[in-house]
Every structure is written in C-alpha cells, then in structure tokens.
Design a binder for this molecule. Structure first.
Ligand code: XMP
Length: 202
C-alpha cells in the first residue's frame, strides 16, 4: 500500500493537531449555542446533534468527537459521490440514513460533518433536507476543502485544511473502497489507480 503513494499532502501529526484545534473552537461555539436555548429533555431545545456523512468522514469524526467534551447525539447518514473507480464527482447519491434522522429537530443545534468540500453539492443537498426538520441552527464542518476557484460554491463554517484540487485518499478517504486506513492524507501514483481500477473490473 505504501508503494502506491505519490505524495503525502498532510501528515498524521498535523492532522491530529488540527483536529484538536478545530474541536476546541467547535466546543466553545456549541457550548455557547446550547447555553443560549432552554434545555428541555422532552424536545430538542438546546440539544447538539452531530450528523456525519459517511463513509469518508469515518476517521475524522471518530477523532473529532473524542475531543468534544459536550453532550451530543450522533446520527450518521451515508452518501456517495465517487462510486467505484471514479476520481471525479458523479454527483451526490443518498445511500441511507436520512430516513433514520428524527422527524423533527426543533431547537436542536446541528453540526453537519463531511470529509471534503469539493463542489459543495453534497452539503447543500443535506442542508435542504435538514432545514425541513426545523433545527435551531445548522453549522458545517469539513476536514478538507478543495481549492476550486472556478466553482461558485457553498462554504463551510469549520475547515481543517485547504488542499489543491487533486484526488486524495487516506484518513477515511478511499479509491474504489481502498486506502481508508492510511493514516496520512495522500495522493496516489497513476499506476496504483490503474491497478485498483483494473482489480475492480476482474
Ligand atoms: P461535493 O462536490 O459534493 O463532494 O462537495 C464532496 C464529496 O465528494 C467526495 N470527494 C472525494 N473523495 N477523494 C475522495 O476519496 C477526493 O479527492 C474527493 N473529493 C471529493 C467526498 O466523498 C465528499 O463527501
């Protein structure tokens, strides 16, 4: 697997430091937001609900929530934009989870979490669904934001790192299902992409 790496864009130590800093900032903001609403256990007032978009945010969310010392619920949803051997977005498709979210989120402070902000279509689509549930607030957090000056797009409230517009894997991100377990965020050698694509076709 190590031989497939072209370049390490973000090392695991830098990721760990940034996740802690992000969590500190988020915890302060969430604590303020939930304190400013009445906390009634029978509705969602003042509750914090994290909505991670799987599968790419899996590792990021696992690290982030362990640095967030606030009472929260976690409700995952699953969306795919890069099915199979794609290295360009095919547009977001909901795979599951939206129907398992509470019917209403009145008064809840929602934090929507994704791995990468690319065109912004994924976050925009999920936010539309969430808004219908009437939460008190919706904030967004992404580990990576691709620099795509040509795209007029949605922005996120919390961003881990800005990266060039290249296809990346590791730290939860995959190519054709592989490489999620790499601890660093990396680009792949063209030969590796070719091999993994071929492997899928066999
Ligand atoms: P949009 O364009 O909707 O895309 O903002 C966000 C989703 O696309 C996936 N994505 C990637 N996945 N390497 C990946 O493994 C990448 O370089 C990449 N860029 C975008 C990702 O699932 C994200 O949720």
């Amino acid at each position: 697997m190590q031989n497939d790496i072209d370049q390490v864009l973000i090392h695991r130590a830098d990721i760990a430091r940034r996740v802690e800093a992000l969590a500190k900032q988020i915890a302060e903001d969430l604590a303020l937001a939930s304190a400013s609403t009445s906390s009634d256990e029978h509705d969602h007032a003042g509750r914090i609900t994290l909505v991670p978009i799987l599968t790419g945010s899996l590792v990021f969310v696992a690290d982030l929530i362990r640095c967030l010392p606030v009472r929260m619920q976690v409700k995952v949803i699953s969306i795919s934009s890069y099915p199979g051997p794609s290295t360009t977005s095919q547009g977001p498709t909901i795979l599951g989870g939206l129907d398992t979210l509470p019917k209403r989120l009145d008064g809840a402070n929602v934090l929507l979490i994704d791995d990468i902000l690319d065109t912004g279509r994924t976050l925009a689509m999920v936010i539309d669904h969430l808004k219908a549930k009437k939460p008190r607030s919706i904030h967004t957090c992404v580990m990576l934001r691709k620099q795509r000056p040509e795209e007029a797009r949605f922005n996120a409230d919390y961003v881990g790192f800005d990266i060039p517009n290249r296809f990346v894997v590791g730290y939860g991100l995959d190519y054709n299902g592989y490489y999620r377990n790499l601890p660093d965020i990396v680009t792949l050698r063209a030969e590796a992409i070719h091999q993994r694509r071929h492997a899928e076709a066999v």
